[in-house]
Design a protein around this ligand. Structure first.
Ligand SMILES: [Zn+2]
Length: 109
């Protein structure tokens, strides 16, 4: 799963899902997430997490409700914003990330 991420702040280029103006939108066919910069950065960050959770939900077929996605995104945003050093000082996290990359490469060979 590789998703491209863009932020849009052009007045004539509002982020929309085809029906409504949105804080952000994920496009499952293009593997893109677009976040509007018309709102506060904390809102953009929570929206980014919200759209990521939609992607995970879709990828894994969990079928979360919109309200559940919203609450999980807000919870994750609170956790990350209240603990900016959460992953920075955790070397084991980055070791797991590096090991995961090697395992992915082995899997593709
Ligand atoms: Zn949503």
């Amino acid at each position: 799963m590789e998703t491209r991420f863009t932020r849009s702040n052009w007045w004539d280029d509002y982020v929309h899902d085809g029906k409504n103006l949105c804080y952000g939108v994920i496009d499952y066919t293009k593997d893109t997430i677009e976040i509007s910069t018309l709102y506060a950065e904390s809102t953009q960050f929570t929206t980014f997490l919200h759209e990521i959770l939609h992607g995970i939900d879709e990828f894994l077929g969990i079928k979360l409700e919109e309200e559940q996605i919203d609450k999980l995104a807000r919870g994750l945003a609170m956790l990350i914003l209240d603990n900016p050093d959460l992953f920075e000082d955790q070397n084991w996290v980055w070791e797991v990330v590096e090991d995961g990359k090697e395992e992915d490469n082995e899997f593709q060979e």
